[in-house]
Design a protein around this ligand. Structure first.
Ligand SMILES: Cc1cc2nc3c(=O)[nH]c(=O)nc-3n(C[C@H](O)[C@H](O)[C@H](O)COP(=O)(O)OP(=O)(O)OC[C@H]3O[C@@H](n4cnc5c(N)ncnc54)[C@H](O)[C@@H]3O)c2cc1C
Length: 385
């Protein structure tokens, strides 16, 4: 794959930034389950988190394909972009469907780092993957909406100023199609935390700053609505394609990290008076992971390019996410195996990255649901649920 000079330059710049955040930094944050604020600040200062914001609003107006490269390089350097990746993928909903006023109000602040857009409130405890059954409701009351309900797994909510929230505005039994009647809001969390919005952290197997969020008669201005009332599901699906592509790029970066770490170790570690990497039983799994990663990488860039041309590449984005999350998880497992007992020692960073990489065959969409999408919408098989 030949890349433009611009992309090569982005790769170099991200690598240089990440070099200031080595394994010890992430280990400490992981141990304390602490937010890597210094890393996110550095990414913000460098302008990388404003990559997708048009230049007129203070961003660099890069393509989704370039944004994917930024996320990939962060992971390939051993860092964890999950602390900040939502800003990139939530951005697309605001850019594609936000009004001129909303863009003018929020984008410059997001671009200069004075505002963080890091929270995405979709998942709920009872509906799970069945997003259309979500129960959070927003009821119009004069110039406001009143929101009641609960979200779960709203990551980074404690470290965000803005939340993109999906809620039902028309009851399900009053709409023709169940995809109608959902709306998206850009919630200014600074106005509502403690006044209708309560955030409770959830401790997880890796350092992910995820939370439960409760809405109790939370009042937000009607101007927080993005696009048309009731059309939110369509908007969110388009944003989710961008999310899947960017997460897939992160998985490719993770796979690169695991493959490089395993190759270096296999060359260096000597057992039975020869490097373990001389044994085909050790070489072949690394080589297989490399081939798997490269195939996923091609699909990620293909999906990003279709998105950049204005399309909604449901098929390609889903396949990119499927292939890349499986490639990163296979590489994670291979890397532990290659390291033997040392794969379990904190100081090698392998066990931390292993825990972090496990997420992506489950979230933001699980493998089964991608397979269902491909079976039904691409191959025309009967709907299974
Ligand atoms: C660390 C973390 C961070 C997250 N961050 C966010 C966030 O910021 N914002 C947000 O909105 N969400 C977030 N999520 C939620 C995430 O998107 C969901 O966990 C994911 O979509 C799976 O939904 P679920 O957990 O409800 O699983 P369920 O829907 O309960 O599914 C459980 C299992 O059953 C399978 N399954 C369910 N239905 C079917 C079917 N019809 N056919 C075949 N298999 C099926 C699924 O594939 C899955 O393996 C996060 C999750 C985690 C763990």
């Amino acid at each position: 794959m030949t890349e433009s000079e611009e992309i090569t330059e982005i790769r170099r710049a991200v690598q240089a930034l990440c070099a200031d955040f080595p394994g010890e930094y992430w280990r400490e944050k992981d141990r304390d389950r602490a937010y890597p604020g210094e890393f996110v600040d550095a990414l913000t200062r460098s302008g990388f988190l404003a990559a997708l914001i048009p230049e007129e609003f203070g961003g660099s107006g890069l393509s989704l394909d370039a944004a994917a490269v930024i996320m990939e390089e962060i992971q390939a350097a051993g860092c964890n972009g999950a602390s900040a990746h939502a800003q990139m993928y939530i951005m697309n909903t605001l850019l594609r469907y936000g009004s001129a006023e909303q863009k003018a109000k929020y984008l410059p602040g997001i671009a200069d780092g004075s505002l963080r857009l890091q929270a995405f409130g979709v998942s709920e405890p009872t509906s799970g993957t069945d997003t259309l059954s979500l129960r959070t409701v927003a009821v119009r009351d004069g110039d406001e909406y009143v929101v009641n309900g609960q979200k779960i797994w709203t990551s980074r909510a404690e470290y965000s100023d803005l939340m993109l929230l999906l809620a039902r505005t028309t009851p399900r039994d009053q709409v023709k199609s169940k995809t109608e009647g959902l709306s998206i809001f850009l919630v200014d969390m600074r106005e509502v935390v403690g006044k209708g919005m309560t955030i409770k952290p959830i401790r997880t197997m890796m350092n992910h700053s995820t939370t439960e969020v409760f809405f109790d008669d939370m009042r937000i201005p009607a101007s927080a609505l993005i696009g048309e009332e009731g059309k939110g599901f369509r908007y969110i699906l388009s944003g989710m394609n961008a999310e899947r592509i960017l997460i897939a790029a992160e998985c490719v970066g993770d796979a690169k990290w695991f493959i490089s770490k395993a190759s270096d170790y296999a060359k260096d570690r000597s057992v039975f008076a020869r490097p373990i990497g001389q044994n085909q039983g050790v070489q072949f799994p690394i080589a297989r992971c490399y081939a798997q990663m490269r195939a996923a990488e091609l699909m990620v860039h293909h999906a990003a390019q279709v998105y950049d041309q204005g399309g909604n590449p449901g098929e390609e984005a889903n396949m990119a996410k499927l292939l890349a999350s499986e490639a990163s998880w296979a590489a994670a497992d291979m890397c532990v195996q290659t390291h033997g007992g040392f794969g379990f020692a904190e100081e090698y960073d392998v066990e931390r990255k292993f825990r972090e990489a496990r997420l992506y065959t489950v979230a933001p969409i699980s493998t089964n649901l991608i397979l269902s999408y491909l079976a039904e919408h691409v191959l025309g098989l009967p709907r299974s649920y």
